[in-house]
Ligand binder design. Structure first.
Ligand SMILES: Nc1ncnc2c1ncn2[C@@H]1O[C@H](COP(=O)(O)OP(=O)(O)OP(=O)(O)O)[C@@H](O)[C@H]1O
Ligand SMILES: [Mg+2]
Length: 239
């Protein structure tokens, strides 16, 4: 379980996240939705320990993690994978070497890396692109490479920040189907942030709605869709 207790985070005069309490059960596929500037990416960076909160606490199970530093922080972060809207791949490396990158950092031997990269290429179904350059790939293929790289070190949690926002509707569906499939196959906890209600509807079990740095509503996707309580949720569903 991932739990946030009274988490706040600001930048200069901007309060990006304000007093957020949130519990995400292990193995769930959890959506966080809100319009641009609502604080979703900031919340994700605090949850994934890329940034420390100004106030509040972050727990993974019983362990408080927002206070981790140095090696303990690195070890904890190795148990998470992340994917983004703009893929963040290394243009100077081909597909296999992008996927291999975290494994090199983790100090695996060449042979182990080769075997693991083969497994991952199969997992995301791009075996034929092993030697391709990143610039030769479509957006959907790039996101598959990014997913393979994110999963390389066998994380327990996958964070997705607008992972399908740069993709066309059909490619979006195929990437969401892949994420759903991987969630089932690997028993991952998936935390997915988006401004698109269709994305939540397609993959998530539970959803939290963010507005101006706060979580204004949360519950099962079905409940929030059928009877949105807040204006923010109504607007996101309606538009
Ligand atoms: N590094 C930063 N420095 C200054 N302000 C920031 C920084 N990151 C975010 N903010 C501000 O914090 C608020 C929340 O931003 P955040 O990126 O978390 O929103 P978001 O919900 O992810 O939006 P989007 O859907 O556009 O990605 C915004 O007002 C933003 O301008
Ligand atoms: Mg964002």
């Amino acid at each position: 379980m991932i739990a946030l207790k009274g988490v706040s985070k600001g930048y200069d005069a901007v309060s990006a996240v304000e007093n957020v309490d949130l519990t995400i059960p292990d193995g769930s596929i959890f959506g966080i939705i809100g319009r641009s500037g609502a604080g979703k990416s900031t919340l994700l960076r605090v949850m994934s320990l890329l940034e420390a909160p100004d106030a509040g606490e972050v727990f993974y199970g019983d362990e408080r993690v927002d206070t981790l530093r140095g090696n303990a922080l690195l070890q904890r972060r190795r148990r998470m994978g992340m994917i983004f809207q703009n893929f963040n791949l290394l243009g100077s490396r081909n597909v296999a070497l992008n996927i291999a990158y975290p494994l090199e950092i983790a100090g695996l031997h060449k042979r182990q890396i080769h075997e693991r990269v083969d497994e991952l290429l199969e997992l995301v179904d791009i075996q034929d692109k092993r030697k391709a350059h990143i610039r030769e790939l479509s957006g959907g293929q790039k996101q598959r490479v990014a997913i393979a790289r994110a999963l390389a070190a066998k994380p327990e949690v996958l964070f997705c920040d607008e992972a399908t926002s740069a993709l066309d509707p059909q490619t979006t569906r195929s990437i969401l189907a892949l994420i759903r499939d991987l969630h089932g196959k690997l028993g991952l906890t998936v935390i997915l942030i988006t401004h698109q209600m269709e994305v939540i509807r397609a993959v998530c079990q539970d959803v939290a709605v963010m507005e101006a740095g706060r979580i204004v509503e949360s519950g099962s996707v079905q409940a929030v869709f059928e009877a949105p309580k807040t204006t923010a949720a109504k607007e996101l569903i309606g538009g």
